[in-house]
Design a protein around this ligand. Structure first.
Ligand code: 0RA
Length: 638
């Protein structure tokens, strides 16, 4: 995208010389979106640079401050961005780093970098999209400073004082011209990611300070045991079946591997994978390599100890991962990120590297800790037995799927279109709302599936048991994709699945249960962007002949203020069941007037934490989690 004529510069110079115009023109290309996600991307970008310094071994502390005036400041105690004159640009390296587009950003390319498909676009992108950015560098005994507006320096780098220690401070104020939706940072989003960064980088201290409220809020993240602490954290409300957490570390000349794992008495598998600190929630070669070694080691151990008899089948991958909480973190010199959301590690050499390293370390651990290893192997065998029993039950449903519609749930009022990309499924709570929904819908492309009462909490049940639940079965068959190893997104029958439940505590509980089902067993639907929540308005207002719907108390207050003096009669919807078909159509179903929120997983680790803690058994953990996250957890009741 360089504007210079090709051939005029050497390739390396063109990269260095590219300015920030393209970023200001098409911000989405660089940060994904200009919504809240893109906004937070700015913070990740600056923090990632500081974490790169830590991974290279030069930085031990990072401080992130959410400033009272809406900016963010990130301070680290690394080497400091160099300030000497750059060979090509003839200006301070600090200025170059902040005003030119170049992949990566580090001049010394030896170190691991977070850079990849996701982050790593460079701090200059943050600069381009900020109305103001202040950089301060401590280096070579002095403090240097430079300010920018929308990426343009206000003056050259200036020495403003003496300094004993080294470090970098970047403060920036995102431009409301780019971030039209919001420029407000979310504390929970930032805290979650910083905590995860601290887990992944053992010994790195990350502080978060929020100065925006009346009382400042701060949290410190520092984990001496890294991934072990991460696993402990994820298992807070679970029941481990062995005390010692398995931990493996290995490094080869080109890559590093870090693993921590522990089995619990539950049934969900939480295997989180990272490459260069990026949550690879589409998995990839590191996960494949890990799975191969894990299945093999447990089969061999179980056979050797007679826990698995000669006549028994081998344990499957699913069997050995039941109840497992594991973190796999690799550092790769040149990571390739693939997949729909660029969160799948593609480096093929990593598959065999991880398998080999685990083949060496895991059997040895099992042998050395044979009492614990036995408990683990026995758990795997009981998972296998349950799976075999479940398969018998599933075979019945599978035979029916051959008959297509025969297997669809009886309560489903299907749409006539068979074009999945145009079809919508509304999951509606209760019969009182299902009636009007069926009347209101456009049966060409809208299907209705009523669910009665509370659906099963799949967090607490084995899959086999979950499948016996009518509501769960209905949702799975209606969605068309199948589950587990058979899940196939291509078979999805609707590309929009909309949860329609009341705004009250019961409705919120049902949404949480449904989300848990999607997250644990139909996650591909969330990842494909097919899951939505309908947000019906709370108020209907009559003003003359007009009928206006307002989503919440704030919207009502604004509307009343704007129309002061006019005769307005607001009424509050108590529940979906109270709406007639027309109202339901306007507020929840008509594509032109409804409000739908797409359910997104920004970070599987953080989502997993939320589901585990909220849906698990530990009431205390649940209470404190909800108290901490109250602002943010929209779907959940206390
Ligand atoms: C380029 C080169 C070096 C360090 C950095 C950039 C650097 C960037 C950031 C961004 C935030 N914090 C940072 N800390 C360092 C290496 C300089 C050297 O060789 O001393």
């Amino acid at each position: 995208m360089a504007t210079e004529k090709p051939g005029q510069y050497k390739a390396s110079e063109i990269t260095v010389l590219e300015g920030l115009d393209p970023v200001r023109k098409r911000p989405g290309m660089y940060i994904g979106s200009t919504g809240p996600r893109g906004l937070h991307h700015l913070v990740w970008e600056v923090v990632d640079n500081a974490v790169d310094e830590a991974m290279a071994g030069y930085c031990t502390r990072i401080e992130v401050t959410l400033l009272a005036d809406g900016g963010v400041k990130v301070v680290d105690n690394g080497r400091g961005i160099p300030v000497d004159k750059h060979k090509v640009t003839k200006e301070s390296a600090l200025t170059t780093v902040l005003t030119t587009l170049h992949a990566g950003g580090k001049f010394d390319s030896g170190a691991y970098q977070v850079s990849g498909g996701l982050h790593g676009v460079g701090v200059s992108v943050v600069n381009a999209l900020s109305i103001r950015l202040e950089a301060e560098v401590r280096r070579d005994g002095a403090i240097y400073a430079q300010s920018f507006e929308l990426g343009v320096p206000k003056a050259p780098v200036k020495k403003i004082g003496e300094a004993k220690k080294n470090g970098t401070s970047i403060a920036f104020w995102p431009s409301p011209v780019t971030f039209t939706e919001t420029t407000e940072f979310n504390y929970q989003t930032i805290a979650g990611r910083l905590r995860e960064m601290a887990f992944l980088n053992k010994g790195l201290e990350i502080r978060l300070l929020d100065e925006r409220g009346e009382e400042p809020v701060h949290e410190n993240f520092l984990y001496k045991q890294g991934l072990i602490d991460f696993v402990k954290h994820l298992n807070t409300s679970r029941e481990p079946i062995h005390g010692r957490i398995l931990q493996f570390e290995d490094s080869a000349d080109q890559h590093e591997l870090d693993v921590a794992m522990q089995w619990t008495s539950g049934y969900t598998e939480t295997v989180l994978t990272f490459a260069n600190n990026i949550n690879t929630h589409e998995g990839g070669t590191h996960e494949e390599g890990f799975r191969t070694a894990l299945t093999r080691a447990l089969n061999e151990f179980a056979r050797a100890k007679g826990i698995l008899k000669e006549k028994d089948d081998n344990l499957s991958g699913e069997d050995v991962r039941e109840g497992l909480t594991a973190i796999i973190s690799v550092k790769v010199r040149e990571p390739q990120f693939e997949g729909q959301t660029k969160t799948k590690l593609g480096n093929t050499e990593i598959r065999s590297y991880v398998t080999k390293a685990m083949n060496r370390m895991l059997p040895e651990w099992l042998e050395r800790n044979s009492a614990e290893a036995r408990r683990i192997a026995e758990k795997c065998v009981s998972a296998q037995k349950a799976r075999q029993a479940a398969r018998k039950a599933r075979d019945l449903t599978r035979r029916k799927t051959a008959l297509e519609s025969a297997s669809l749930p009886g309560k489903l009022a299907d749409c006539s279109s068979r074009e999945a990309s145009l079809s919508e499924l509304f999951i509606v709570e209760g019969d009182s709302a299902a009636g009007p929904a069926k009347q209101a819908r456009d049966s060409e492309f809208q299907a209705i599936l009523p669910i009665r009462g509370k659906i099963l909490n799949v967090e607490k049940a084995r899959l086999a048991k979950a499948l016996q639940n009518n509501e769960v079965q209905g949702i799975i068959t209606a969605s068309g994709t199948g589950i587990g190893d058979e899940f196939d997104i291509e078979k999805a029958r609707y590309h929009k699945i909309v949860m329609l439940a009341d705004a009250d505590v019961d409705g919120s509980h049902i949404r949480t249960l449904l989300l848990t089902l999607f997250f644990r067993h139909l996650r591909g639907l969330i990842e494909a962007g097919f899951i939505y929540v309908a947000v019906p308005p709370l108020y209907r207002v009559k003003m003359g002949k007009q009928v206006i719907y307002l989503k919440d108390d704030a919207a009502l207050a604004t509307f009343m203020a704007e129309n002061e003096g006019r005769k307005i009669t607001p009424s509050r919807f108590k529940g979906l069941g109270e709406m007639n078909a027309d109202e339901l159509w306007d507020t929840a179903m008509n594509p032109d007037t409804r409000t739908l929120m797409r359910v997104e997983i920004d970070d599987a680790a953080i989502a997993d934490e939320m589901f585990t803690v909220l849906m698990g058994d530990d009431v205390q953990a649940r209470k404190s989690f909800i108290q901490q996250n109250a602002k943010d957890v929209r779907f959940l009741d206390i």
